[in-house]
Design a protein around this ligand. Structure first.
Ligand SMILES: *Cc1c(COP(=O)(O)O)cnc(C)c1O
Length: 430
């Protein structure tokens, strides 16, 4: 299997090259050159998600130095629960939040980390011995990446987040690390953090023989595992109910949704794929008008979806013509007031407490007719206790994974919004 750039400016590369590069050298995004058909009946009958993943994802690592590691990688990445819960009324909930940081990004981050660990320091041509991973985060990405890489050989991680700009529990998850993971609270905004990561890539002295990566959500190594949970859940759903479900996906940078479209391309039994966004409505506006107009992001209750220029739309436009995309999918924006209402009605209407992101998808499902629909739950509500608890009127139980992290001591350095300060911290031992 080779991976080509959406912009067509580079020769297709094997899997390892694509994940080490992150972004293709021509500025495009890597996508697989083909989607080998999977067998949904075999997926549904597989003894575990990990063993189904080995079969479905094996072709994507073919002819790569990691080919023989696929089994190990899948078992190390897909090692937590993935419940598909029937809520009645033609609706099921796919809970993607049972990983170590209680959000769906654990799937992608753990798969990518498992790959890097097996790549670095093995003397493969063109592969560095060690790697520095820089992540600017406004919440969930940094925690998932920190957790996934913590304690892995050959990788150092630096997480940058805006001081005071994330929820208290998100901040704890970003700063409860030691060893190879360091956290920096930046006196500035998320945009400052991103600019610092960009600047650090060009800073002399930081590389010193090691690789530099940003492990951000455009990395193709994060999308393959995300395709897998759609392959699995749609196959299991059809085996249980004899029908092909549609999906409603809470969307920001559209990486999670691309997983669903790739699953469909692999032959998994997905019907329509609907994207739910918050008030950052570039994608719904494109569906409504045909005009694709990125704009600055606005802050909402569903903060992990505050994206004004969703990079992964480039992959969707690469996969489908606009008319085709309109035929099999759609998008709808949900404002903060509605998010609040859906959360407060959730326990009565669906027997569930939803996080603000999941609430956008639940709202879209509520406006549709008969199912079957699978609503994708992207984070555990306990991560957003300060929003959710006043709306439902009671405390939300903290899941054991999250509780474990919240018990760990915090360790964080506060720095100014300056590339020089970041680089000097990174090159000096602590
Ligand atoms: C990142 C995130 C999203 C958005 O996912 P994209 O792949 O960026 O569309 C939705 N919900 C939660 C909880 C997230 O952390």
């Amino acid at each position: 299997m080779r991976y080509r750039s959406t912009r067509g400016g580079v020769e297709p590369v094997p899997f390892s090259r694509a994940i080490l590069d992150g972004l293709a050298p021509d500025g495009g995004l890597y996508v697989p050159t083909s989607f080998p058909r999977c067998d949904p009946d075999r997926v549904a009958a597989a003894p575990s998600l990990a063993s189904a993943a080995v079969e479905v994802l094996r072709p994507f690592l073919r002819d790569d130095v990691l080919e023989d590691e696929i089994e190990d990688i899948c078992r190390s990445a897909f090692d937590f629960e993935l419940p598909l819960v029937d809520l009645g009324n033609g609706t099921a909930l796919l809970e993607l939040f049972h990983g170590p940081t209680a959000a769906f990004k654990d799937f992608g981050a753990r798969f990518l980390a498992a790959c890097f660990e097996r790549l670095l320091g093995r003397g493969f041509p063109g592969v560095p011995d060690s790697m520095l991973v820089l992540v600017a985060t406004s919440g969930d990405t940094g925690a998932a990446v920190a957790s996934a890489f913590h304690g892995r050989r050959g990788v150092e991680v630096a997480v940058l987040f805006p001081e005071g700009g994330v929820s208290p529990r998100q901040e704890h998850q970003l700063t409860c690390w030691d060893g190879n993971v360091r956290s920096f609270a930046v006196r500035g905004t998320f945009d400052d953090c991103q600019a610092m990561v960009k600047g650090a890539f060009d800073a002399p002295g930081l590389r010193r023989g090691r690789g530099l990566s940003s492990a951000n959500s455009i990395n193709v190594g994060r999308l393959l595992p995300q395709a897998m949970y759609y392959v699995w859940s749609s196959s299991v759903f059809r085996a249980r109910h004899g029908a092909e479900p549609g999906f409603v996906v809470p969307s920001g940078n559209v990486g999670n949704s691309v997983g669903a479209f790739w699953a469909r391309a692999l032959g998994a039994p997905l019907d329509r794929i609907l994207l739910a966004t918050n008030e950052n409505r570039v994608v719904p506006d494109w569906f409504a008008t045909g005009d694709y107009r990125p704009r600055p992001s606005v802050r909402t209750l569903a903060n992990a979806m505050d994206v004004g220029n969703p990079s992964n739309m480039e992959r969707l436009f690469d996969l489908h013509e606009p008319a085709e995309l309109r035929g099999i999918s759609g998008a709808q924006a949900v404002d903060d007031e509605t998010i609040r209402r859906v959360i407060s009605e959730g326990p009565r209407r669906w027997g569930r407490v939803f996080c603000p992101h999941t609430a956008t998808a639940m709202r879209v499902r509520e406006g549709l007719g008969d199912g079957p629909w699978i609503v994708v739950a992207t984070a555990h509500p306990a991560k957003f206790d300060e929003i959710v608890e006043p709306l439902v009127g009671h405390a939300v139980d903290v899941p054991p994974e999250l509780a474990r992290l919240l018990e760990r001591p915090r360790r964080v350095s506060t720095i100014g919004p300056s590339v020089e300060e970041l680089v000097s911290r990174l090159v000096s031992p602590e």
